[in-house]
Design a protein around this ligand. Sequence first.
Ligand code: MD3
Ligand code: FE
Length: 214
Amino acid sequence: MIQSDLDLFGPQPQRLASQTVLLPGFAVPEVEALLDALRPVLRAAPFRHMRTPGGLHMAVALTNCGSLGWVSDEKGYRYSPTDPVSGQPWPALPPILLDLAGRAATTAGFDGFVPDACLVNHYLPGTRLSLHQDRDEADFGQPIVSISLGLPAVFLFGGLQRSDRPRHIPLGHGDVLVWGGEDRLRFHGVLPIKPGVHPRLGERRINLTLRKAG
Ligand code: MD3
Ligand code: FE
């Protein structure tokens, strides 16, 4: 039997909410170029577990590139032009990331997105990210673009109240998610990553979120 429903052009964009679009596999053609661009970033600014204002360490390890980077310490959460570990400016945003983020945003209906910050999250199997809002950026009118690489995750897509029951959205290698407008302040998180080995990235998930922070 000939398989007639094979989707030769890949899955189509999915609107998860009025201003949230999932672009399945959007980054797949760019993965090797993205990893090549990420390598020098991670050399200059390795992943680290930041301290929370409560004095604990985050389960997710993270780093940044761009003119601003998200940091957390005993004093709170904020964006900083320098890496607190090296004392140096964060590595520059690689052009491929800027380009991919701009094209993803345009595809999702947000034209002219020029991020100045890329937060890079590193998850091992078992790592989770609890429900939160992204509210440290200067202008909530700007969208955010997220690129998932490596092991699959279940993304928790909540509402504007912490108590709104979140939907479970599977995110795979190369998937890109774009959200803005009225969805910008939705609560969200990531369930513990299931054990596994990704053929390209091994036992890890990496998520890049591109933001206009300043
Ligand atoms: C949709 N990162 O770094 S990105 C974060 O996978 C963060 O590492 C997660 O939350 C990660 O702050 C999730 C996808 C995402 C994030 C926020 C959203 C999608 C969203 C907010 C509203 C709607
Ligand atoms: Fe977030």
